[in-house]
Every structure is written in structure tokens, then in C-alpha cells.
Design a protein around this ligand. Structure first.
Ligand SMILES: [Zn+2]
Length: 148
């Protein structure tokens, strides 16, 4: 379960419209809510926009500079926020993960949010949780998301 603040939700969708026809990408910051049950829900309080470093294929690939990621993580910790996921956009493609998305996802338990942007307008926003214990058995599971 992924809870997104209204502003985080609006902001990540707007980011996809701004970078169209290229993919946008960024980090979801917030907290893991351990409610004692099997599934841990997440609450996103803010997003951090990242530059897409995939200059070779920015319309259907994204990549976040590791140094930028470390800086975002450090700044989040100061505010008491964890990295709970990542987001990117799919220009003129469905809001479904691709095999490349799965191959390049490494943060287990985190949410991967994808927004389809059709002709410059954000349409669907879906969330997927990366589950599994290692690279060999990892997979994306559909995750319910709510704007709170
Ligand atoms: Zn993708």
C-alpha cells in the first residue's frame, strides 16, 4: 500500500508532463509504516526530482545519477525521511513496468511508480512494489496506491 500526499502525487505527474517526450525520474521520500502485519505500507511526503542521465535513449529509459541519489538520501535523513520508492514516466506507453524496469530495480520493499503520459498529458499512475530477496527471484507486484 502506497499513500501519496496530494502535492507529491501532483508533482510527480507534472514532472512527466514537463519532460515529455522524454522520461522523467525521481525519488519518493517518506516513511515505512510498520503496522505489525505482513505488508508494510509506505507514506510519501515529498518527491525529489532527478535529472535523467540516459542521454542515449531518454524517451524510453531512465537512470538516476548515484551521487544525486546519495545526496537526496542524506538530505532526507536530516528531515527524518527515508527513500521509500522511485518514480518515472512512460511517454506514450502504458503505466506498466517493462523488463528493463525490473532489471534495473534493486531496492527491495520499495515502490516503483509509473505514470503514462500521452501526448504530453499525464494519464494513469500505477505503483509496483519490488519483492523478493535477491536479483534472481525479484519481481514487481501490483501495489494499491491512494492519494491522501
Ligand atoms: Zn519504465
Amino acid at each position: 500500500m502506497l499513500n501519496l500526499s496530494q502535492s507529491a502525487y501532483a508533482s510527480l505527474r507534472q514532472h512527466g508532463e514537463e519532460t515529455y517526450p522524454h522520461e522523467c525520474c525521481g525519488v519518493l521520500l517518506g516513511r515505512f509504516d510498520d503496522n505489525g502485519s505482513q505488508s508494510v505500507s509506505k507514506t510519501v511526503s515529498r518527491i525529489a526530482r532527478c535529472g535523467n542521465t540516459r542521454a542515449d535513449s531518454p524517451h524510453n529509459r531512465y537512470s538516476i545519477d548515484p551521487r544525486e541519489l546519495i545526496r537526496i538520501q542524506r538530505e532526507g535523513r536530516v528531515r527524518g525521511e527515508d527513500i521509500v520508492g522511485f518514480y518515472h514516466s512512460h511517454p506514450d506507453h502504458p503505466a506498466q513496468w517493462s523488463s528493463t524496469d525490473l532489471a534495473e530495480a534493486h531496492w527491495f520493499g520499495c515502490s516503483y511508480v509509473i505514470t503514462s503520459v500521452e501526448k504530453g498529458k499525464a494519464v494513469l499512475t500505477n505503483s509496483f512494489e519490488l519483492t523478493g530477496s535477491d536479483e534472481a527471484d525479484k519481481k514487481f507486484v501490483d501495489e494499491k496506491s491512494e492519494v491522501v
